[in-house]
Design a protein around this ligand. Structure first.
Ligand code: ATP
Ligand code: MG
Ligand code: MG
Ligand code: MG
Length: 493
């Protein structure tokens, strides 16, 4: 018999609570109104940041507990941990996911953390150790940190084969919540989803590989104050997080998170609304026309929207509201353009999502109507914006000399960045007029204004214009507005 995702969540929590004396704590909201260093909660530890930093008042608020466990609502879209571009392209990154978390606040440290994790996987979940790899921090000279050989030794003593204990650098094995705050070396557990039993250490931490990271145990030892400035914490803590969707896929014998019971009902509902073929689960080149990616995008995004809105975020023009608006629009585009679903469809998926997430977050039920009405309003205003954008494009084109084939960069910038007009649609429209827009110019434009926002697309190894525009418009909307206004004034003159 197979574990449902509900069972898995419960098994995890019960294990830490009943077997290892952790106190079960509720998930926080998916954003923190008082911490503007983050757009969204990106990990279970966010709500404990002050505790980890040694703030007594914060520690008192959680009754000085030494151990905690929960399932935390996380969103990784925008900000330091931004997975938006991977969603739908791969089968293991979501905008919204649940992080199964366990913590030691100045209590047990590396050895017990590793032992507890390993025993859950081996004795409770019965995973074969021939499918698992563990990693440890290999050190970093630049910030004067040594390799974490202690952790390597611990894994050895637990019985992990030497050749399955792999060192990795700062990118994979030093965890940080943001540009500042608590951080430390980590050790991770990876699972090989390849159907063949094999030894493939080179596949660990390789994007697109079928060895996937399932669990990260962070040893919180430092507070980052700035670039290259780490100060040791007074007490050492453990902060461990495992993605529920990924461990569910593993335990349900699926390679893709979208083939688990967490996504299946949503994909089914989408298949019923869609005018195209059912979901086939193809990825990459096998997903020729992007149909399966569209199924994944819509089913991912509607979960994020349901959760974000139920926690009180409204789609809008700034900050986290803007990210929510963008996610909503991406979902609408994927549904309407790729799956041939009729307009104003998104809200129909909300009850399905609530049914699936209710066991973990029972409060969702009472906000159903509100979520539906907010999503409807935002979907409608998207169509209004598209209509306005179309008009602006026609007007611009008709006022240009026939010989000019380059669409003005500033108008394109305005459409993409300010109104959130979809890039693909703009390209398609311009193609119809035999025109093009120089994305390089737009890129230069944004680079000039905000070099920090440049985000390297890992899979395509290229600067990704879409994400630059997203980040720039999300975090610097005020600046963007200012730039646009100057540009527009210059044009008017
Ligand atoms: P990856 O390398 O796969 O991007 P990560 O190293 O960024 O993951 P961590 O910050 O270590 O992830 O988070 C802890 C765990 O949360 C991961 O081991 C994984 O199981 C899960 N996780 C992280 N990002 C996502 C996501 N976008 N969607 C679903 N699960 C995720
Ligand atoms: Mg990541
Ligand atoms: Mg990783
Ligand atoms: Mg990790």
């Amino acid at each position: 018999s197979q574990h449902s995702s509900k069972d898995i969540r419960e098994l995890f929590i019960n294990y830490y609570r009943d077997k290892h004396q952790h106190t079960q704590v509720p998930s926080s909201k998916v954003f923190s109104p008082d911490d503007n260093s983050l757009l969204f909660v990106n990990a279970g530890m966010n709500q404990f940041k002050p505790v980890l930093l040694g703030n007594e008042a914060a520690y008192k608020r959680i009754n000085f507990i030494k151990r905690a466990v929960n399932s935390q609502k996380c969103i990784r879209a925008g900000g330091k941990h931004n997975d938006l571009e991977d969603v739908g392209v791969d089968v293991c990154h979501h905008t919204f996911f649940e992080m199964l978390g366990s913590w030691s606040f100045g209590d047990y440290f590396k050895k017990d953390a590793c032992k507890m994790a390993w025993s859950l996987l081996a004795d409770v979940f019965h995973l074969s150790k021939d499918k698992l790899y563990v990693t440890y921090f290999s050190g970093c000279e630049e910030i004067g940190l040594e390799a974490d050989l202690e952790t390597k030794e611990i894994w050895n003593s637990i019985g992990v084969n030497e050749d399955r204990i792999l060192p990795f650098g700062i990118k994979d094995n030093f965890w940080e919540m943001g540009d500042s705050g608590p951080c430390g070396p980590c050790t991770e557990i990876h699972y090989d989803q390849n159907p063949d039993l094999r030894y493939a250490p080179e596949e660990v931490n390789k994007p697109g590989s079928d060895v996937i990271e399932i669990w990260n145990l962070v040893f919180m030892q430092y507070n980052r104050l700035g670039k290259n400035e780490l100060i040791p914490l007074k007490k050492c803590h453990v902060d461990a997080g495992m993605g529920l969707e990924r461990i569910t896929a593993v335990l349900q014998g699926k390679v893709s998170n979208y083939d688990t019971d967490l996504f299946h009902p949503i994909i089914s509902a989408l298949e019923n609304l869609s005018k195209c073929r059912p979901y086939a689960g193809h990825v990459g080149e096998e997903d020729l026309d992007g149909t399966d990616a569209a199924y994944r995008i819509v089913s991912d995004h509607i979960r994020m929207l349901t959760i974000a809105i139920s926690d009180g975020i409204h789609p809008g023009p700034r900050g986290r509201d803007l990210i929510v608006r963008q996610v909503l629009r991406r979902a609408v585009m994927a549904g309407v353009e790729k799956l041939g679903i009729e307009n104003m469809f998104l809200h129909k998926l909300v009850p399905v999502v609530i049914e699936s997430l209710k066991p973990a977050f029972p409060d969702l039920e009472s906000s159903k109507e509100l979520i539906v009405s907010i999503i409807n309003k935002a979907e409608k205003s998207f169509y209004d914006m598209l209509a306005y954008g179309d008009k602006l494009i026609t007007k611009t084109v008709s006022s240009m000399p026939v010989s000019q084939t380059a669409f003005p960069t500033d108008v394109a910038w305005q459409l993409l960045s300010y109104y959130g007009y979809p890039q693909d649609t703009l390209m398609l429209k311009l193609k119809g007029y035999d025109m093009s827009v120089n994305m390089q110019e737009i890129l230069k434009f944004s680079k000039l204004k905000n070099p920090e926002s440049i985000h390297l697309d890992r899979q395509r190894k290229a600067f990704n214009v879409k994400s630059i525009i997203q980040i720039l418009s999300a975090e610097n909307i005020a600046k963007t507005e200012e730039i646009l206004n100057t540009k527009l004034n210059e044009n008017a003159r």
